[in-house]
Design a protein around this ligand. Structure first.
Ligand code: NAD
Length: 283
């Protein structure tokens, strides 16, 4: 039987509509819209496209948004100075520093400079620590948060399920594993040194692949009826965009599966908007 498709575009549109509605209420109450500032350094073409997408998404839900662009040769102190200014700006509720930064810029120093309550990417140590320790009120990383919402909308309650997360990055794998744990799943984190990935995936009721390798997860590894979430974004030599899961084969065994593109990707920006509204409401 062919799997249900977990349509990230549709769920993201629903989240954006919720944010737009709540933004109207926010404006009525506070007399100003929520504000997001995006800091971009240098001329990375992909970053330019991503930032444009984020600014456009902000405009669509009624946020104030602004881009701060620094030159390719900017040094750490200059980027940190911009972040500090935005920390003090009353019109700004969320600050996002578009990664990657040019080599000479100390990424950690820049991320650490963001006020935790404006850290809408959820990468600051304070927010990562709140997630780890189960404290309320922290801001959670957008992609993992989007995955949890996709699972929820797809009718997957992680409670008591066995979840396998492939990838242990600070922006996807690790925070997602913590969110699944918080939702009472039994979580296994796999990575490049996991000896038998297939054996781990075969046991999983929920599989999340966040590696960046086409067809890493093969169709016959998928347990019948499993929820499969593909975070990977890989550009093939022919220009086609694919995930980490062999989609065609996996969908014959999975109960539900996210496509690439149109799965996790659209959720990330939607959750950035939700996080900015949360940050604005909390101030
Ligand atoms: P990363 O490079 O920081 O981490 C990759 C992880 O994969 C590492 O933890 C590594 O241990 C693991 N890994 C590498 N080879 C492996 C193997 N053979 N078997 C098992 N694990 C292996 O990557 P990231 O930033 O977490 O991103 C992962 C993928 O998700 C990339 O393709 C990225 O483009 C994509 N991504 C998508 C979104 C989105 O919004 N859709 C957001 C973030 C990242």
């Amino acid at each position: 039987m062919s799997a249900r498709i977990l349509d990230g575009k549709a769920v993201a549109a629903k989240v954006r509509a919720e944010v737009a509605r709540e933004t109207q209420r926010f404006v009525e109450q506070r007399g100003r819209p929520p504000g997001l500032a995006v800091v971009r350094v240098g001329n990375d073409p992909a970053s330019q496209i991503y930032v444009r997408g984020k600014i456009k998404a902000c405009q669509e839900v009624g946020f104030h948004s602004e881009e701060h662009h620094l030159p390719e040769d900017a040094v750490t102190a200059e980027v940190v100075a911009v972040v500090r200014r935005l920390n003090e700006d009353p019109e700004i509720d969320g600050i996002l520093v578009q990664l990657p930064l040019p080599r000479q810029v100390d990424e950690q120093a820049v991320l650490d400079a963001i006020a935790p309550e404006k850290d809408v990417d959820g990468f600051h140590l304070v927010n990562a620590g709140k997630l780890l320790t189960g404290r309320r009120g922290g801001i959670r990383a957008c992609t993992p948060l989007g995955i949890m919402r996709l699972l929820e909308e797809g009718g997957c309650d992680p409670r008591g399920k066995k979840a396998v997360v492939i990838g242990r990055s600070n922006i996807v794998g690790k925070p997602l594993a913590l969110l699944l744990l918080e939702a009472d799943a039994t979580v296994t984190i796999c990575h490049s040194k996991t000896p038998d990935l297939a054996a781990e995936v075969r046991q999983a009721d929920i599989v999340v692949a966040a590696v960046g390798r086409p067809k890493l997860v093969q169709g016959d590894w998928i347990k019948e009826g499993a929820f499969v979430v593909d975070v990977g974004i890989n550009r093939l030599p022919d220009g086609k965009l694919v995930g980490d899961v062999d989609f065609e084969a996996a969908k014959e065994r999975a109960g539900a599966i996210t496509p690439v593109p149109g799965g996790v990707g659209p959720m990330t920006i939607a959750m950035l908007l939700a996080n900015t509204l949360q940050a604005a409401s909390a101030r």
